[in-house]
Write a protein that binds this ligand. Sequence first.
Ligand code: GRG
Ligand code: 1GP
Length: 420
Amino acid sequence: MRRHLAARGERVADLARLLARSALDTNPVPDWDHVTKVDPEGAKKLPLLYPLWLAETDAVSVGGSADVTPENTAAAFDLLTPLSTPVCHEPSGADHVTEESHDAADLLLVPEVLNGDSEALVGTLGAAVESVRERLAPDLIARKAPWLPDRVADWLASVATSVMLSDAAFEAYIVQNPDSAAARESGVGPDDVLDAREAKRRAMAADRHLESEILYLEYSGTFGGDEAVEALELIDGAMERSRVWYGGGLADREDVRTVREAGADTVVVGDAFHRVAEREAEILQAAEADLDPDTDPERIREWVADRVGADGPGARYLSTVPGVDDPLGLAREYTGATVRSWLELRARRERARERGEGVPVIDIQRTALRAALAPVVEDPDTVAATVARAALSGRGAGNGDGSHGSEQLSLSLFADGTAN
Ligand SMILES: CC(C)=CCC/C(C)=C/CC/C(C)=C/CC/C(C)=C/COP(=O)(O)OP(=O)(O)O
Ligand SMILES: O=P(O)(O)OC[C@@H](O)CO
């Protein structure tokens, strides 16, 4: 009887702990498993049917530490906001945040580096807060309500600044790869790399004092291995409210399992996604030589199966997503749809050229492109039109409808009919 009561008491205590933990989870950042980082710089490409690949990830984060501009950021958002996946903005400079980027992003992620120079901890943040308070917010208020008296407009600009900052999620970074662009940007040298104990201590300060929503262990470009595992194990046990994110060199399922088991709540994958586009450019160029738009779908399937293997970038990227059961099957399916869509777009481009038209008017109804996208997005018409426009528009040119030309797709068909 006494044992029975004790067991019941334990169950009640477990339940109370569980309830307390979920009731006390005040962190507004969802507990995502997998985030894909899209670097907006032109050299980092996107697969043509990026909405398919990104349908598997929990959220996309737009940002990078080199060659990011307000323009390429806006162009990346044009491509990504029509997707159903949430899109975050992670600026690495104060001027990357514009009214446009703010309207487009579901969540602003603000980096602060715990083991770099003071610029990267608080200097850039200070410049950014000043620029929001003194430029972005006043411009917005002046445009929306030009009739307001100056003092009221100024007060509203201050309120808007506070709202923007309280809606943002702060990321406390520990940058552990001194050879990365992120380390160069944040003044992290070899001597600043932290051992596991010191990483945990700073993480605790970020969690309890800075109240950072995210503690980000960053090995950008290289896998952290045992060293990262040791730090994650200590950090994980010490966090009260911060989500623990790990990013850097994740290349396959095994890497992801290792860091998740060590305590990462969320894994961030960057290069492994951009590599899908690099390989895709080669595959599409080969497809132009071997196949045509009327090729039997079964023949295209076989052709793709010969070129897309378990060690290829497509299957490897998908294998980093915990919920994907058959990365190779999915990579072949997506690549097949990409080949069909590409051959079709090229044929349309060609027909428009023969008729002497400039950029073809894209009727995306009844296209392989729209059919491929329909199962994974809420608004396939808009997404298919966005992809087709990006594939057919000129490099870096505006599209004449307020959207930005994109250089990011793995291949583009330019107005003169040449492919890149
Ligand atoms: C509050 C507002 C309006 C804006 C915030 C503007 C701020 C504070 C920017 C912070 C800049 C900063 C500290 C950058 C550090 C560098 C860093 C950790 C960048 C992360 O870049 P990744 O994209 O992960 O790196 P890779 O390019 O190497 O992949
Ligand atoms: O590009 P990789 O090495 O995947 O790194 C992802 C991310 O942590 C960079 O901030």
